[in-house]
Design a protein around this ligand. Structure first.
Ligand code: ADP
Ligand code: MG
Length: 232
């Protein structure tokens, strides 16, 4: 029996236009079909430049396809109003990036609070939830630290807390262990696995065989096309 799709790509192309006259075309995705079911833990692998980040951005409604359709819970994102898209990005999807992408002038606590400010969560509730999430990722003692006062692994744990604080349905991680040593990478992977265990659908782009092994399904992308996958 097929489960319920959280996000689905139907014949998706993404063509970036470059150059002064925008005549140079880069085909980042070339007709991708992909269905991610609720509760999945999917790994996306493939060489640099193969379209993995582009795929993740489309799944997270950060960008629109050039051709084809991206459906979020069955609804075509191209026909959604900007406010609806913003709401999905803020409440339904959590992002984790290779380079952490924390706001440099905000403390760990401030970074985790940020998505709740956009969501209109009152201050008391924000502080309570931000502290709860920081404790969950083992950073209770670091809430007043700025990103540059934290190690890479700690910054990535703040980013995971931030990604999860609005209780998203879908967690998208783009090479989340790419800048971390093996041991720290394992800690980050265990947090991501924990989120999946708690019911979050996870899609992770990775070169790391340990991350791919933790996933339930892995697929491979090359030159903008899905070229293979494994189950189990
Ligand atoms: P990956 O994450 O697998 O390394 P990307 O999705 O980042 O691959 O990129 C796929 C292709 O699209 C690459 O050739 C890249 O140079 C190009 N690309 C990605 N983003 C842009 C952009 N914003 N503008 C132009 N070209 C881009
Ligand atoms: Mg990438």
């Amino acid at each position: 029996m097929r489960g319920e799709a959280i996000v689905e790509l139907e014949g998706v192309w993404k063509v970036y236009r470059m150059g002064r006259r925008r005549r140079i075309e880069v085909e980042a995705l070339r007709g991708v079909y992909l269905r991610v079911e609720r509760g999945e833990f999917l790994a996306v692998m493939g060489p640099s430049g193969s379209g993995k980040s582009t795929l993740l951005h489309l799944m997270g409604c950060l960008d629109r396809p050039t051709r084809g359709r991206v459906l979020f819970e069955g609804e075509d994102i191209s026909s959604m109003r900007p406010a609806t898209l913003a709401r999905i990005r803020n409440r339904r999807v959590g992002f984790v990036f290779q380079s952490f992408n924390l706001a440099p002038t905000l403390t760990a606590l401030g970074n985790v609070e940020l998505p709740m400010i956009f969501a209109g969560v009152p201050r008391g509730e924000r502080l309570r939830r931000a502290r709860e999430l920081l404790a969950r990722v083992g950073l209770r003692e670091r809430e007043r630290h700025l990103p540059n006062e934290l190690s890479g692994g700690e910054q990535q744990r703040v980013a995971i807390a931030r990604a999860l604080v609005n209780s998203p349905d879908l967690l998208l991680a783009d090479e989340p262990t790419g800048n971390l040593d093996t041991e720290t990478g394992r800690e980050v992977l265990s947090l991501i696995s924990g989120a999946h265990g708690g019911g979050v659908t996870v899609v992770v782009v990775t070169h790391d065989p340990e991350v791919a092994a933790a996933a339930v399904r892995a697929l491979r992308i090359r030159d903008g096309r899905i070229v293979g996958g494994t189950d189990g």
